[in-house]
Design a protein around this ligand. Structure first.
Ligand SMILES: [Zn+2]
Length: 371
């Protein structure tokens, strides 16, 4: 059985390499930027990409000295200087290289790991369809628009743009050392991560602006929080196990009913949406003031890494994945990597905020004073 599979794999490989490279893309694939990748989800509706397995020379930021900004629709604008060379992010085969009336010259490279990378607004392309390129190889010269030199860069799976911050740090230009789990949903690709936690701090577009760059302490008067800027994570729940105690419980357990809607406590960015040991299906959201909230044991997660969420937005359904004996939400509040009692913020009986002011300090201190 194993040998049969292996032989089949070898046969498939031979078939692929024997196909004349120039003709491996259909006319539509050579014309359209967003087009599904044949066979990508034919065997399974999910696959993994281990970014940590890449060697340093197997990755390049498209414009290594450029300044990258994440714009709407998961496009990264990388601004740089006149004449700069655009580099291929990973090795792969050029699927599209042509001029569009609105975006100038564009290139799409199909990579063996299932990703496609898109480089648009080029002044000139220096590769052609079917050409194999190495990571870091020059593929185009950056183009100009409105006096600004930039490349519009995006990453696609099956013709759909994914959040590029799941793959690279927008500010740091670094490849994230983790595993991407890519799942096909009805009309989008869900990307979650396993391994190294994604640090979104380097992207100004996210609401993780650190209040401690200007000051060393931050007073957070919970009573001044306006309606809609906060939410009790599991509306209608009662506490079945408090924080701390003899078993040093790292959060508070909240219970309503199975598959009930869990909501984001505050606005923020999803930095984790994956299975994590005893936590089962887990979500971590990073908030503007350095605070993070964690939600676990979900039956289902409804957000993906990189999603911006609003306070009160439904992010998952209660379940008992991981180490859980009943359907509930295990909710944690974390500041500068340290867990603290969620009741410094929430008053569980009223499911409201405490009438208190929290003092957060740059080095991770958190104290509560009643108003
Ligand atoms: Zn718990």
């Amino acid at each position: 059985m194993r040998i049969k599979k292996l032989l089949l794999a070898i046969a498939t490989l031979t078939l692929v390499s024997a196909t004349p490279v120039k003709h491996q893309f259909t006319a539509a694939e050579q014309q359209q930027i967003s087009i599904s990748t044949p066979g990508l989800f034919s065997r399974s509706n999910a696959f993994n990409i281990d970014l940590d397995a890449l060697k340093p020379n197997e990755y390049s930021f498209p414009l290594p000295v450029g300044k990258a900004t994440l714009r709407k629709n998961n496009v990264v604008e990388i601004t740089t200087k006149d004449g700069d060379a655009v580099k291929a992010m990973f090795e792969g085969t050029v699927r599209l290289s042509r001029k569009y009336p609105d975006t100038g010259y564009a290139i799409v490279i199909r990579h063996r790991n299932g990703l496609e990378t898109v480089y648009a607004n080029n002044a000139e392309n220096v590769v052609e369809v079917g050409q194999h390129v190495r990571a870091g190889q020059t593929i185009a010269i950056v183009g100009q628009r409105g006096g600004k030199f930039y490349c519009d860069f995006s990453i696609m799976i099956d013709g759909k743009r994914i959040n590029p911050t799941a793959v690279v740090g927008i500010g740091s230009h670094r490849l994230h050392r983790h595993i991407l789990l890519c799942e096909k949903q009805h009309n989008y690709i869900n990307v979650s991560t396993i391994g190294e936690k994604v640090d979104f701090d380097d992207s100004k577009d996210f609401t993780t602006e650190d209040v401690f760059t200007k000051q060393s302490t931050y007073k957070w008067n919970l009573e001044e929080m306006k309606k809609g800027t906060w939410a009790y994570p599991l509306p209608g729940a009662k506490v079945i196990s408090p924080y701390g105690g003899r078993r040093r419980h790292s959060g508070v357990d909240l219970k309503t009913k199975p598959k009930d809607e869990i909501v984001a406590a505050f606005d923020g960015v999803v930095t984790r949406s994956a299975t994590h040991y005893g936590y089962g299906l887990c979500i971590v959201i990073k908030h503007a003031n350095g605070l993070e909230t964690l939600y676990s044991h979900q039956h289902k997660n409804l957000v993906k890494v990189g999603d911006k969420v609003k306070a009160g937005q439904v992010i998952g359904l209660t379940g008992r994945t991981g180490r859980a004996t009943t359907e509930h939400l295990h909710f944690e509040t974390i500041f500068k990597g340290r867990r603290f009692n969620p009741n410094l913020i929430f008053e569980h009986n009223s499911r409201g905020l405490q009438k208190a002011t929290l003092t957060l300090t740059k080095n991770g201190g958190i104290t509560q004073k009643r108003n």
